[in-house]
Write a protein that binds this ligand. Structure first.
Ligand code: NOJ
Length: 493
């Protein structure tokens, strides 16, 4: 079977992963030293957030040069050595490609090559489109004309109607494929084609039919290289059937399943998402993916410890009362559910340590442009980007760690059989033994249970302990009186 159909992929937010040179910012040198750790956890691949030269106006999603490495992170030679090291350990490398927009420091924008961007010469705002980070999607150039940015003002959108843009990205794909990367996570994959005639309410900058042509061309390029290189889409789309169109056999290989991430901790709703996901993917023959957290959303230990356990950008529930013990208990069960499902799984760095959303960062340290663009109403995404604790000796980092995080460090958890890290290690080792189609079992109300060949996964979302059909091989927390407690999961082989 193709590696990407059931891969376990670890997401590295480089800036906050491991600091190799002690400047408080994660880097490639740091990541290289931790590759054996990632391999030992049972992951097949790493997805790295953008590593390109960038003013970091949006954490690197404002790319100034698509063919180099941000100096704070290292050099192109470091990246090549990282790829070689990873391959030596059997780990593939997926990099982030940002084709919707660049940085306002990109040479095309600095040199005023305006036909490669969306520039309008109007008195008032060209239309009512809004930036996804808040405020209008248009800002003025020094000469008074407007340019489009669906995100921060420092992120001008490319004009994909210009063939030069298309050519450039095909070259960029080849540049990195030639250096051995195994795939691309495509940022805002639904957004490249725009219909300027329509108002904001119609979302005319998302999921326009023309965008599929781009991925058909990219698929041909990645397929022309050996070793099954892949395209993974980032699209937040409301309709799973529209979503699956990106995964037709001649387009992308897979994409992030955000319906699962956003879903509340509720048996019926989770089952509904699993079913609609499987149903949407089946006709196009693509594997689903399952993801609980990433660098844009509230960490799930926090979400699951709240009254509202789902996720929505419109309402992050920042600061809402949180029961961390409950959130942690559910997070343990959730990874056993996630990893038992058919398809690919993404793990966001730090969830294997049970890290929570850091919601008490001093406001003056916040870097996410969402904070200021929302008029200081949305505290944004910095709280899930606080650097990982490795040991009790960690130096200061670009965002400060909570004081007690050393108790959650890799060092502190490594030899503790009951730690979140030990659970992840067991889950991802044993995940390799699971295969086959999913078949639901009925073990009572508010219990999710399914079989895949000889493996059974049971998740108790009810408020009472339940009986298991046989003795489990792995549980998220110990059984009580032989029963699976509430908010716990079990695997039976
Ligand atoms: C999605 C990325 O995950 C997010 O971090 C970024 O801000 C936007 N795309 C814009 O590039």
């Amino acid at each position: 079977m193709s590696w990407w159909r059931n891969a376990s992929i670890y997401q590295v937010y480089l800036r906050s992963f491991a600091d190799g040179n002690g400047d408080g910012v994660g880097d490639l040198a740091g990541l290289r030293t931790k590759l054996p750790h990632i391999a030992s956890l049972g992951f097949d691949a790493i997805w790295l957030n953008p590593w390109y030269p960038s003013p970091l106006a949006d954490g690197g999603y404002d790319v100034a040069d698509y063919r180099d490495i941000e100096p704070v992170f290292g050099t192109l030679a470091d990246a090549e050595e990282l790829i070689a090291d990873a391959h030596g350990l059997g780990i593939r490398i997926i990099i982030d490609l940002v084709p919707n927009h660049c940085s306002d420091q990109h040479p095309w924008f600095r040199n005023g090559l305006w036909d490669r961007f969306h520039v309008r010469d109007t008195e008032d705002l060209p239309n009512d489109w809004k930036s996804r980070f808040g405020g209008p999607a248009w800002s003025r150039l020094p000469d008074g004309r407007w340019y489009l940015h669906l995100y921060a003002a420092e992120q001008p959108d490319f004009n994909w109607e210009n063939p030069v843009v298309e050519q450039e990205f095909e070259d960029i794909l080849r540049f990195w494929l030639d250096r051995g990367v195994d795939g691309f996570r495509i940022d805002v994959a639904d957004g490249l084609v725009k219909d300027f005639g329509k108002p904001d309410a119609d979302l005319p900058y998302s999921d326009q039919d023309g965008v599929h042509e781009i991925y058909r061309k990219w698929r041909k390029i990645v397929d022309s290289y050996d070793g099954e290189r892949i395209l993974v889409g980032e699209m937040w789309l409301p309709d799973p059937v529209r979503f699956a169109r990106y995964l037709r056999p001649d387009e992308m290989h897979s994409a992030f399943n955000f319906d699962f991430l956003c879903c509340p901790w509720n048996a019926g709703e989770l089952r509904g998402v699993v079913d609609s996901t499987l149903a949407a993917h089946e006709p196009v023959g693509a594997p689903p993916t399952w993801v609980l957290s990433n660098h844009d959303v509230t960490r799930h230990v926090t979400r699951y410890g709240r009254e509202k356990t789902g996720f929505s950008f419109a309402d992050r529930q920042h600061g809402a009362p949180t029961d961390f013990e409950l959130g942690t208990r559910r997070a343990r069960a959730a990874i056993m559910l996630t990893a038992a499902l058919p398809g690919g799984v993404y793990v966001y760095q730090g969830e294997e340590l049970g890290l929570w959303e850091v919601e008490d960062l001093p406001d003056e340290l916040r870097e996410d442009p969402v904070w200021h663009r929302s008029g200081f109403t949305d505290r944004g995404r910095d709280g899930c980007r606080v650097p990982l604790p490795w040991s009790s000796q960690d130096g200061p980092s670009w965002l400060p760690q909570p004081e007690n995080w050393h108790r959650f460090s890799v060092e502190a958890q490594a030899d503790d059989p009951d730690s979140m890290l030990s659970l992840y290690r067991q889950v991802f080792a044993r995940r390799r033994e699971i295969d086959g189609a999913l078949e639901w079992l009925d073990l009572g109300e508010d219990v999710l249970a399914f079989r895949r060949n000889s493996h059974t996964c049971v998740v108790n979302l009810s408020d009472r302990p339940i009986d298991l059909p046989a003795a489990p091989a792995l549980t998220s927390i110990p059984l009580t009186g032989g029963q699976l407690p509430p908010d716990a999961a079990a695997w039976l082989f």
